[in-house]
Design a protein around this ligand. Structure first.
Ligand code: ADP
Ligand code: ASP
Ligand code: MG
Length: 410
């Protein structure tokens, strides 16, 4: 059972979670629990670090931001003890959950299941601090924002859990973010592949890595509410794609405001120009997402692409350094953009999805700045001002609207 930040947001919430754990145990199940920091705490810690130094050392950043989960794991173990459930807290290094050295967004190398299994065998509920592990030098490392989902899946795999239940502040995975589109519909199930795409384009209900890991390790993941009474049929299950499955054209829609748009004008229209621009960016670890190059006129062309907002400054600085080598005219950036993506395995065998998207946006007078596609996804970059309008219009256009007006816990 994994509980996110809002689910453990105050002491009353922690008491509720303790009772849920006790109820699960009463069904004769052995339960390991993973917790996030209380809501808002990680943001505060991140701010402390960057207020002191925008270039804060990433190992120390991790030492600070991992603390939120340490607190919650101890508090939940205390709350469980108070209602007669034997429990103890585990920090990442005590499991241990080993990570690589990329502090701030570390990848999991290996998880030892033995200590947790021993605790379970003694009837003691392990309450594990999510989001954190330890690198090969013994230093605390964190798994990137939203990383407790990945902790939960990795631990479930390590102890071969039958089920990995992700409890959160909505009652499942929806066709789109129910906080933006009130008519969003809860899905009974979704494929790993679709959820992976949706997460990677902004649906933060599960961290992207957690879905990839669950797919590889065959962990049964379910998303459900910690605010409601639930049973074994509640929530949304993430499943393998199978032939018998009814293939919705579009499973879901997601948005991301994490991207910045960079445009370079008046570039020489010659072979190798894309390599000159993108090779140094990739060497600096900057991921480029969407790209569009205009047709050259008079041996000159324009290139527009997106990077995460966090990488924008570094990307521009690198490009400026190479201005004379690349020989470009103007470099401009924009923050006021949103990437909207529609995802569905049904797209593989149906050509109409892109056309519907473009027509729907055109009818609302929304200009598309960049387009990118993959096998089961289409993304467009538009003015951020139109986020909600575009999301709602697309949700209706793909026939995803449900009847419920209010579906979420507020
Ligand atoms: P937690 O703190 O439990 O990890 P998160 O805030 O990380 O919770 O994720 C849950 C949130 O994800 C929801 O409150 C919802 O606003 C958002 N969300 C975005 N897309 C979706 C979606 N397709 N289905 C459900 N929730 C979504
Ligand atoms: N507390 C961490 C965060 O806010 C990890 C998580 O909640 O999953 O990003
Ligand atoms: Mg989360």
């Amino acid at each position: 059972m994994k509980f996110g930040g809002t689910s453990v947001g105050d002491l009353d919430r922690i008491r509720v979670v303790a009772r849920k754990v006790k109820a699960e145990q009463a069904k004769g199940r052995r339960v390991a629990v993973v917790v996030s920091a209380m809501s808002g705490v990680t943001n505060q810690m991140v701010k402390y670090c960057y207020d002191l130094n925008p270039e804060a050392d990433s190992c120390e950043y991790d030492a600070v931001v991992a603390s939120g989960e340490q607190v919650t794991s101890g508090l939940l173990a205390i709350a469980l003890g108070a209602i007669g459930v034997k429990a103890r807290s585990f920090q990442g290094w005590q499991i241990p959950l080993f990570t690589d050295e990329s502090h701030g967004c570390a990848a999991i190398d290996r998880v030892e299941g033995a200590a947790l299994l021993e605790s379970l065998n003694h009837g003691v509920v392990p309450v594990i601090a999510g989001f954190q592990g330890v690198d090969s030098h013994g230093r605390i490392a964190t798994l990137g924002r939203g990383g407790s989902d990945t902790s939960a899946v990795a631990l479930a795999a390590a102890i071969r859990a039958d089920q990995c239940d992700i409890y959160t502040d909505v009652d499942g995975i929806y066709t789109t973010d129910p906080r933006i589109v009130k008519r969003a519909k809860r899905l009974e199930r979704i494929t790993y592949e679709e959820m992976l795409e949706l997460a990677s384009v902004g649906a933060k209900v599960l961290q992207t890595r957690s879905v990839g890991l669950a797919m590889r390790e065959k962990v049964n993941v379910r998303v459900l509410s910690s605010f409601e009474e639930t049973d074994d049929t509640s929530g949304t299950v993430v499943v393998d794609e199978d032939d018998g499955m009814e293939k919705e054209l579009v499973a879901g829609i997601a948005y991301s405001q994490d991207d910045a748009k960079i445009s370079i004008r008046n570039l020489p229209d010659e072979p190798g120009i894309a390599a000159k621009i993108f090779a140094p960016l990739s060497a600096a670890g900057i991921n480029v997402d969407m790209i569009v190059q205009s047709i050259g006129v008079d041996r000159s062309t324009n290139m527009t692409f997106t990077v995460s907002k966090g990488h924008e400054q570094k990307a521009c600085a690198l490009l400026e350094e190479m201005r004379s080598e690349i020989r470009f005219g103007e470099l401009t950036t924009s923050h006021d953009v949103v990437k909207i993506s529609v995802v569905g395995v049904g797209m593989r065998s149906n050509a109409g999805v892109a056309a519907t998207m473009f027509r729907t946006l055109a009818e609302r007078g929304i200009n598309i700045q960049v387009i990118s596609t993959s096998e089961i996804k289409i993304s467009v970059l538009i003015d951020a001002e139109y986020t909600e309008l575009a999301m709602r219009a697309l949700h209706t256009a793909y026939g995803l609207d449900g009847k419920k007006e209010e579906t979420t816990h507020e």
